[in-house]
Write a protein that binds this ligand. Structure first.
Ligand SMILES: [Cu+2]
Length: 184
């Protein structure tokens, strides 16, 4: 009758061993799962709107200047360039020419068709920057923030091109008209 031992001491010892083993197993799981973090993120950083060939023509005065670029819409739905702000002047807006040759504002913005592009070019649609904060000279760059209805804001840096210099081509810019990854 004196050989009886409380069974709970055995359970405690066995439990300690089990917990210890579980701890070892658990400890190995985070290491193996953490090693899967090498996938390159392909989300969110690329805008569905690509702007290429942006430039500002050296203005003939210190009052206003015109900016040009090509806008590509890589999505399957039309988007709309609603408004523009610029660090170069107090007012920036979309202009086109009326039938009589005068400039008119595009009050409803500019539609960029699905999987299509719109070219802003002299004599046609352009961005007019008015109330310049100061002289704009060749070699400088002008920042433009384009606000799209769907895509949101797109920042563009446009170099100032001399009056007699050829305009940069959209294909030569950083933005390619054929996106490498087209999310639909
Ligand atoms: Cu204009």
């Amino acid at each position: 009758m004196s050989t009886t031992r409380p069974p709970w001491t055995f359970f405690v010892a066995a439990l300690a061993i089990l917990l210890g083993m579980a701890g070892l197993v658990r400890g190995s799981i985070p290491q193996s799962s953490a090693s899967t973090g090498g996938a390159a993120p392909t989300t969110a950083s690329a805008s569905p709107i690509v702007v290429g060939g942006a430039y500002v023509r050296e203005p003939a005065n210190d009052v206003n200047a015109a900016a040009y670029f090509t806008v590509y819409n890589t999505t399957g739905t039309p988007d709309r360039l609603m408004s523009i702000t610029s660090g170069a002047g107090a007012v920036a807006s979309l202009h086109d020419y009326s039938a009589s040759g005068g400039m008119i504002g595009l009050a409803n913005g500019l539609e960029i068709p699905a999987h299509g592009s719109v070219v802003l070019t002299p004599g046609k649609v352009h961005v007019m920057i008015e109330k310049l904060y100061g002289p704009i000279k060749v070699g400088q760059t002008v920042n433009l923030q384009l606000s799209f209805a769907d895509a949101g804001d797109v920042l563009v840096t446009a170099p100032v091109i001399a009056l007699t210099a050829p305009a940069p081509t959209a294909a030569g810019g950083t933005g390619s008209p054929s996106p490498s990854a087209s999310a639909s």
